[in-house]
Design a protein around this ligand. Structure first.
Ligand code: GDP
Ligand code: MG
Length: 437
């Protein structure tokens, strides 16, 4: 999908205005790409119509912005919207809270049950009871038992009982008596939707009235995922969706279609067989994924766009002579800012969005650094070596920050400068850097 979309946007770059014609060309490509990613044709059509409206509407307002980038932004915002806009958390209020897991066989219910147990234990500090209600396959109970052991949760099972309603009710009793915070009920599934299975899962749901019912669906099943999601929703009116197997050769389109078709939020995505391969679902991240923004090429292209060749040569010389100063630093900062906000840039580096999940990059960190440099005299900016104690004190007062902030920045600047100098005089590194120009 990402390749196709990139192609779609390429037809826009170069033109400096969004017109009816070039929008139509790229929208057709986008529509094809979405359909190829298992988005239902009707949804894709409605989606691109909306994007078209927006793109043409902004023509005059945003003349300065490159149309390709503008389209990326519009498409991304619309995708985010379509997938719910905001992240919706799991409801685990209750004593105990009861979470029912439903879905087809092989969709990843049992695996997810284990992951959810780990998540609730670690992130919410809850005491978790896993319940084995897949009564058709003895191996299913063993599987859940192994997973429970792995994540350090307790399991409730009755190997000789063939009635899932009974087992679930007993498990909840057991949880109440033993002060568990949450009961996760793993159920059986069939290879395809059939009446017996639907009756069973709705019986269980009725009997235990869970606080949260989650429908688990394999994102690799494409268009089928949507149909299954619809049938389950009609019968058990679940609260949220879990998309599994997003680690494979993924069709991000399932996320879009499922949310669009059943209107229920996607709450988790499962990205592997290991117990910690579970993520809370964020619509904006999925939009980026569908758009194939986790792509170093677009990062480089975008950076290159803004980068002035002349400036690059001038800087290279300065770095080689170890003369990189605060003025150069400021102009680099300005360039970075022009490229867009830091977070979305970093998200484009593969793996980065995952690594950055818990780190909040703050654009205000830039402003703090800028304020420090602005409080320097022109002489100081051009010659970092001038900065002695009394000058630093003056700067700290001038920018309203502490001495430690000023010292820290100057130290970091110094290290960066040394590092750049070293790299610039290392032929191999210089060549590698050259390859990216
Ligand atoms: P259930 O029948 O719905 O309980 O499905 P299982 O939890 O037993 O999963 C079926 C198979 O899919 C197992 O081999 C799991 O290891 C695998 N699986 C489940 N979730 C994921 C996932 O997110 N990624 C990958 N790669 N495999 C998964
Ligand atoms: Mg199972």
């Amino acid at each position: 999908l990402s390749d196709r979309l990139e192609g779609a946007f390429k037809s826009l770059t170069g033109d400096n205005k969004i017109t009816e014609i070039n929008v139509a060309t790229s929208l057709k490509e986008i529509r094809r790409a979405l359909v190829a990613a298992d988005v239902n044709y009707k949804i894709a059509k409605e989606f691109t119509d909306k994007v078209k409206e927006k793109a043409l509407g902004t023509e005059n307002v945003l003349k300065a912005v490159k149309p390709g980038q503008l389209m990326v932004k519009i498409v991304q915002d619309e995708l985010t919207d379509l997938m719910g806009g905001q992240s919706v958390g799991i409801n685990v209020k209750g004593s105990p809270a009861v979470v029912l897991i439903a879905g087809l066989q092989g969709s990843g219910k049992t695996t997810f049950s284990g992951k959810l147990a780990l998540y609730l234990k670690e992130k919410r500090k809850m005491k978790v009871l896993l319940t084995a209600c897949d009564v058709y396959r003895p191996a299913a109970i063993d599987q859940l038992t192994v997973l429970a052991g792995q994540v350090g949760a307790e399991i409730y099972k009755e190997p000789d009982n063939k009635n899932p309603v009974d087992i679930a009710l007993h498990a909840i009793d057991h949880a109440q008596q033993n002060k568990f915070d949450v009961v996760i009920v793993d159920t059986a599934g069939r290879l395809s939707v059939d009446e017996k299975m639907m009756q069973e899962i709705s019986d269980v749901r009725e009997a235990i009235s869970p606080n949260e019912t989650l429908f688990v669906v394999d994102s690799m099943t494409g268009q089928d995922a949507v149909n299954t999601a619809r049938v389950f929703n009609e019968r058990i009116n679940y609260d949220g969706v879990v998309l599994t197997k997003l680690d494979g050769d993924t069709r991000g389109g399932a996320a879009l279609s499922v949310k669009y078709t059943v209107g229920k939020p996607i709450k988790f995505v499962s990205t592997g067989e290991k117990m910690d391969a579970l993520d809370v679902f964020y619509p904006d991240r999925m939009a980026q994924r569908i758009l194939g923004m986790g792509d170093i090429i677009s990062f480089v292209e975008r950076a290159q766009d803004q980068f002035d060749e002349e400036e690059a040569k001038r800087l290279e010389k300065k770095i080689k002579k170890n003369k990189f100063d605060f003025n150069d630093f400021l102009s680099q900062l300005a360039q970075l800012k022009r490229m867009g906000d830091m977070k979305s840039l970093l998200n484009m580096i593969p793996g980065m969005s995952k690594a950055m999940k818990n780190i909040d990059i703050d654009d205000s960190a830039f402003s703090k650094v800028e304020a420090i440099i602005y409080s320097m005299t022109p002489a100081e900016r051009a010659d970092p070596a001038l900065l002695n104690m009394s000058r630093k004190k003056r700067i700290a007062l001038g920018c309203g920050q502490g001495m430690e902030d000023v010292n820290r920045f100057i130290k970091q600047f110094d290290q960066m400068r040394k590092m750049m100098h070293k790299l610039s005089n290392n032929p191999m590194m210089a060549q590698m850097a050259g390859n990216f120009k």
